[in-house]
Design a protein around this ligand. Structure first.
Ligand code: NI
Length: 168
C-alpha cells in the first residue's frame, strides 16, 4: 500500500466533476486500499478520490472511534434525506480550518461496494455528515463553499500564509 498526495484548496483540480466507476479491476482495489491507508495516516474520517486527483465517483470513510469500520462507496446517490444538523467540519484538503456547515440529518444512500455489488446505507449523525461532505468532493465542491465570501477569503489567505511559512 502507498500513501497518496492530497490536493489542497484552492487547487483547481479539486473542482473536477468525478465520473462514474465502470470497471472493478485490480487497479481499483489497489486505489481503494491506498485511499484507506492515506485516510487513516492523515488522520481523517473520510476521503474522496477527487482529493487524490483521481476523478472517479469513489469515497472511503470510517467514522468509528476504533477506526475499524472502513466503508467504500462507489457511484453514490442520495435517494432520501430529511431534517437538518449543524456540524463543525474540517477537510484534509483545507488543513487547519474548521467551520459550521448545515446538512441533512438523515440520508439514505445507494451505491456500489468495492466489488460492484449494490448497497443501501441509512445514515444519520456524523456518518450522514461525512457521506454528504465526501459526495460534495465528487461534485467538485468544498465545505468552504458554504461560508460567506469574506470568511472564505480569510481561509484562503490563512492557508497561503501557512504554505509560505512551510517553504521558508
Ligand atoms: Ni473533505
Amino acid at each position: 500500500m502507498s500513501l497518496l498526495p492530497i490536493l489542497e484548496y484552492p487547487d483547481p483540480r479539486l473542482r473536477t466533476r468525478a465520473q462514474p466507476v465502470t470497471v472493478f479491476d485490480a487497479a481499483l482495489q489497489t486505489l481503494i486500499d491506498d485511499m484507506l491507508a492515506t485516510m487513516y495516516a492523515a488522520p481523517g474520517i473520510g476521503l474522496a478520490a477527487s482529493q487524490v486527483n483521481v476523478h472517479k465517483q469513489l469515497l472511503v470513510l470510517d467514522v468509528a472511534e476504533e477506526k475499524n469500520q472502513p466503508m467504500v462507496l462507489i457511484n453514490p446517490n442520495i435517494v432520501a434525506s430529511e431534517g437538518s444538523q449543524t456540524y463543525q467540519e474540517g477537510c484534509l484538503s483545507v488543513p487547519g480550518i474548521f467551520a459550521d456547515v448545515d446538512r441533512a440529518d438523515r440520508i439514505v444512500v445507494e451505491s456500489l461496494d468495492r466489488h460492484g455489488q449494490p448497497q443501501r446505507i441509512e445514515a444519520d449523525g456524523l456518518l450522514a455528515v461525512c457521506i454528504q461532505h465526501e459526495m460534495d468532493h465528487l461534485a467538485g465542491k468544498l465545505f468552504v463553499d458554504y461560508l460567506s465570501p469574506l470568511k472564505r477569503e480569510m481561509v484562503r489567505k490563512k492557508l497561503e500564509k501557512a504554505r509560505r511559512a512551510a517553504v521558508g
